[in-house]
Design a protein. Structure first.
Length: 408
C-alpha cells in the first residue's frame, strides 16, 4: 500500500512540473500575447518574438530533463536501490564506505545521464541565442573541477550522515543542524576558496565607479570595501552582480559583462543587493532554511522508521532506507515551493524599494531592469500560476510597476 502511495507521490511531482512548464510555454508564446505596457519603450516586437523562441527552446529542454530524471528515479526505486545495496555490500564491510559508494554511484549515474542535455543546452540553445561564450575546454575543465569539488565537500558530510543513521534512532535534529552549519561554512569559504577555482577575480579598477560604490556603501552603512570584477564573460554574456560571504570573506562581485551598463544603473543594481543586506535577508533565509531542513529531516526520520519496520522496500541498510524516505519527503515538500518563493519575492520587492530610496529615485533601477530583461531574453508574460510556483523574483513587469508607484 505504502509502495503504491510512494510511486504516486514521486510521479505527481514530475507530472505537475511538466503541466506547469508546458502550460507556461503555451501561455507566454501565444500569438495574442502582448508586450507589457511598461516595457514597450525598450522592448521591440523583434526582441519580444526572440524571447518567445528562447522560452520555447529552454522549456523543451526542461521537459526532456524532467522526463529523463523521473524515469531514472523510478528505475532506481523499483530495482536500482536494492541492487546497489547488494553491490556495495560485496565490496566492503564498513557501513560508511558502503554508504559513500552507494550515494556516489547514484549521483554519478544521474550526472552522466543528464550530461548530454547540459551539453545540448549550453552549446546548442545558449549558443543559438548568442549567450554562450564557453569553449569545449572550459566546459570539460568545469565538469572535472565540479566533480572533485563534490567529492571533497560531500564525502565527509555523507560519511557523517551514514554514521549518525547507523547509531541513532532520532537522528533528524542532528542531521539538520549539521546541514545548516555546513551551509554557513560554505557561504564563508565559497568566495575565498571555491569561486576562484572557476573564475578570475580582480579588484575593480575604474576609480570613478569605485568612489561612487564606496559612497553607496557608506550611505547604506555597509562596512566592507572589497569590490571584485569576475570574468563571467568566459562563460556567458548574461549579466549579474552579487554580495556574498560572511565576515572576512564578504565582498561585492560584479560580472565583467555588467560594466558596460550606464554607471547609475550599475549603482542601482548594487543598491538592490545592499537592500538584501540591510534588510537582513540572508540571516532570515538561513533561519527559514533551518526550519525547512529540520521539518524535512524530522519527516524523513518518521518515514525512515516506518519503512524500516514494515519492510516496505527490499533494502535494510541505513543509507538505502534513508534515500527512500528522503525521496518521498522531498517529493511531498515540492508542493510547498510556492510558500518559499512567495517569501523570496517579498524580499526582492524590499530590495528594489531600498535601492530606489538609496539612489533617491527609482528611475535607474527601472532602466536597469529593462536592460536586463531585453538582454537576457526574459519571459515577458509568465503564466500566473507558474509565477506563483517557481518565480523567486517577481516578474519584470511587476517590479517596474511597483517601482514606478514609488516614484510618484
Ligand atoms: Zn535580489
Amino acid at each position: 500500500m505504502f509502495y503504491i502511495l510512494f510511486l504516486i507521490v514521486v510521479i505527481l511531482e514530475s507530472l505537475w512540473d511538466l503541466v506547469l512548464n508546458t502550460w507556461n510555454m503555451q501561455y507566454s508564446t501565444n500569438p495574442a500575447s502582448k508586450i507589457p505596457e511598461v516595457l514597450k519603450d525598450k522592448i521591440s516586437q523583434k526582441d519580444f518574438e526572440k524571447s518567445k523562441r528562447y522560452l520555447k527552446d529552454t522549456t523543451q529542454v526542461k521537459i526532456v530533463k524532467t522526463i529523463i530524471t523521473l524515469t531514472t528515479t523510478l528505475i532506481f526505486i523499483i530495482w536500482g536501490f536494492p541492487y546497489l545495496e547488494k553491490l556495495v555490500s560485496r565490496f566492503t564491510n564498513s557501513i560508511i564506505l558502503q554508504g559513500l559508494l552507494f550515494f556516489g554511484l547514484y549521483w554519478l549515474i544521474n550526472f552522466i545521464i543528464t550530461l548530454p542535455l547540459k551539453i545540448y543546452s549550453t552549446f546548442v540553445i545558449e549558443e543559438k541565442y548568442g549567450f554562450n561564450t564557453m569553449t569545449g575546454k572550459t566546459f570539460i575543465s568545469d565538469t572535472i573541477k565540479n566533480l572533485i569539488l563534490y567529492i571533497v565537500l560531500f564525502a565527509p558530510l555523507l560519511s557523517l550522515l551514514v554514521w549518525v543513521l547507523s547509531i541513532d534512532q532520532n537522528w533528524w535534529w542532528k542531521v539538520s543542524l549539521v546541514v545548516v552549519l555546513f551551509q554557513v561554512f560554505l557561504t564563508w569559504i565559497f568566495p575565498i576558496f571555491f569561486a576562484p577555482l572557476f573564475n578570475k577575480f580582480t579588484p575593480l579598477e575604474d576609480e570613478q565607479l569605485k568612489k561612487k560604490i564606496n559612497k553607496l556603501f557608506k550611505d547604506a552603512n555597509f562596512k566592507v570595501s572589497k569590490i571584485f570584477v569576475m570574468d563571467a564573460s568566459k562563460r556567458t554574456k548574461k549579466q549579474n552582480a552579487y554580495l556574498t560571504g560572511i565576515g572576512k570573506s564578504r565582498r561585492l562581485v560584479l560580472y565583467d559583462t555588467i560594466l558596460n551598463y550606464p554607471e547609475e544603473e550599475i549603482l542601482a543594481i548594487i543598491g538592490h543587493e545592499l537592500g538584501h543586506n540591510t534588510k537582513k535577508h540572508i540571516p532570515k533565509l538561513l533561519i527559514i532554511s533551518f526550519i525547512f531542513y529540520t521539518s524535512m529531516f524530522y519527516l524523513t526520520n518518521v518515514v525512515y522508521n516506518f519503512i524500516k519496520n514494515q519492510h516496505v522496500f527490499d533494502v535494510s541498510k541505513p543509507y538505502s532506507l534513508f534515500i527512500y524516505a528522503f525521496l518521498f519527503i522531498t517529493s511531498i515538500l515540492y508542493f510547498i515551493t510556492p510558500i518559499l518563493n512567495y517569501l523570496q519575492r517579498k524580499f526582492e520587492y524590499e530590495a528594489d524599494n531600498y535601492s530606489a530610496k538609496l539612489l533617491g529615485t527609482p528611475e535607474y533601477m527601472i532602466s536597469g531592469l529593462k536592460r536586463i530583461v531585453k538582454e537576457n531574453l526574459s519571459n515577458l508574460n509568465p503564466l500566473p500560476i507558474y509565477k506563483i510556483w517557481y518565480y523567486s523574483h517577481p516578474s519584470p513587469e511587476e517590479r517596474i510597476k511597483k517601482l514606478s508607484e514609488q516614484g510618484k
